[in-house]
Design a protein around this ligand. Structure first.
Ligand code: URP
Ligand code: ZN
Length: 456
């Protein structure tokens, strides 16, 4: 007697698509058999011929992210509920060393405590050192005992105290080669960004129209190129977050063709939204770093995915609501950076990617589940549908077309960058470790069911 059997579905992994029944006991998939098998179970779910995907992993999520003394409206519970509606069963959030008097390990410990019991999907953490001292390098080894082996650094945001300098960047890459892990980098050239910002402020040109001009493609591309070179010299492991430019992609291709261990994610927004939005009256809502780009960049990124240079698509979800987005009265230098998108990632990628023949459904699984599981040390527990894996599953509804209405989403913001888009590919059911979180479009999961994932 199994706990749950899912019949009549089409299992869709990163490499194959086949009809099968799935038997689950407790938190695990225990058997996969040909359709029509005579399993008996406490609950039998009829998937009605729909595609069954491994639970999505979003490796780049900011919950309750600070800005000017407050936190983004979207906290642990609301972001993770929204994640579940988006078919996401695992998220990776950030333990950022905002308070430099604390050791990175203390920051990690506090973040795990803060999230545990409030998160409805499984979660892990990337640690973010912010000090340009040896302490940041030493922390790489110490973080291991908390199950953290990925570190993110900012090459920008010097005035906010988040940046580490190139010596530390290089030292972190060296240390990671020695003790394992991977360095995630937010690559933007700080001097160019600061210079441009001062120039626009002095001329009073601070409306959102000027935001993409303040950080044009070269701001990202130069920093990507620089950190790829540092990684080559260190022979380490690099991950470029939110790659947005065709020039950055060119440097990445060069590094990968050379044989460097350098991989990249892009985000849903850089594949689907154009910088023209910054000229709209609500243009400042779309402020995120790096900025949204041109159609040429968008097509180059899809090309980078098709050729396998870009291996992951995350959301970089950071849910500020409209009041928070308006805090700077439209001035891009005073507007919180970041946009929501964890719930829309699956239908937007399905509609813009699969239905437009830019990727197939197996590639969608690879980009949003299997590759993140492999890169972030979660495979095959996560990112796969096979006996022994966690029973994390998404039943995909490919029929209903829905015009995205932000009021129907489940994060704590009151807008969406994808508002008004006609989308297919929402989750009909999301299952985490054998428990239904979403059933027929309704949240049925318990509160705080998500558990912390040790990724060593
Ligand atoms: O603009 C972005 N990407 N915001 C996310 C949060 C941050 O500051 O890293
Ligand atoms: Zn981010």
């Amino acid at each position: 007697m199994f706990d749950l059997v899912i019949r009549n579905g089409i299992i869709t992994t990163h490499e194959s698509t086949f009809s099968a029944d799935i038997a689950i006991t407790g938190e695990k998939i225990v058997e996969i058999s040909s359709p029509g098998c005579d399993y008996s179970a406490k609950r039998v779910y009829d998937a009605e011929g729909k595609f069954i995907l491994p639970g999505l992993i979003d490796p780049h999520v900011h919950m309750a992210h600070p800005f000017q003394g407050e936190l983004s409206a979207d906290g642990f519970e609301s972001t993770s509920t929204s994640a579940a509606f988006g078919g996401v069963t695992t998220i990776l959030d950030f333990a950022i060393q905002w308070d430099k008097s604390k050791l990175l390990t203390e920051v990690i410990e506090e973040r795990i405590k803060a999230i545990t019991g409030k998160c409805n999907v499984d979660f892990g953490l990337h640690a973010v050192p912010t000090k340009s001292t040896e302490e940041s390098i030493i922390a790489v080894n110490s973080a291991k005992k908390y199950g953290v082996n990925t570190f993110k650094v900012y090459m920008v945001y010097r005035q906010q105290g988040r940046m580490v300098d190139d010596a530390i960047l290089s030292g972190l890459l060296d240390e990671i080669r020695k003790v394992g892990g991977r360095l995630l980098v937010h690559a933007e050239n700080v001097s160019m960004a600061e210079f441009n910002q001062e120039k626009f402020i002095s001329k009073g040109l601070t409306s959102s129209d000027y935001f993409p001009l303040y950080k044009p493609n070269i701001v990202e591309a130069e920093a990507v190129n620089r950190v790829l070179f540092l990684n080559r010299m260190a022979k380490s492991k690099l991950y470029i977050v939110h790659l947005s430019t065709k020039e950055g992609l060119e440097s990445l291709k060069y590094a990968q063709d050379f044989g460097d261990n350098a991989i990249a994610e892009t985000c849903t927004q850089y594949l689907t939204l154009n910088k023209e939005v910054y000229t709209r009256p609500d243009g400042h809502h779309f402020i995120c770093s790096p900025p949204l780009r041109s159609n040429e960049d968008i097509e180059a990124l899809w090309g980078g995915i098709a050729k396998g240079y870009i291996s992951i698509v995350s959301s970089d979800h950071c849910g500020f609501d409209i009041r928070q987005k308006n805090l700077g009265n439209g001035d891009f230098t005073k507007t919180p950076n970041g946009i929501p998108g964890i719930e829309a990632r699956l239908p937007v990628l399905y509609t813009e990617g699969v239905l437009k023949n830019r990727i197939d459904l197996n590639q969608l699984v690879a980009l949003t589940s299997t590759n993140p599981a492999k890169v972030f040390n979660l495979f095959p527990q996560k990112g796969s549908i096979m006996p022994g894996s966690d029973a994390d599953l998404v039943i995909l509804d490919t029929e209903n077309e829905i015009v995205l209405d932000p009021s129907k989403l489940h994060d704590a913001t009151d807008w969406s960058p994808y508002s008004g888009m006609k989308l297919k590919g929402f989750s009909k059911a999301t299952i985490l470790r054998g428990q239904f979180l979403i059933d027929n479009g309704v949240y049925v999961g318990g509160k705080g069911y998500g558990k912390y994932l040790n990724r060593n």
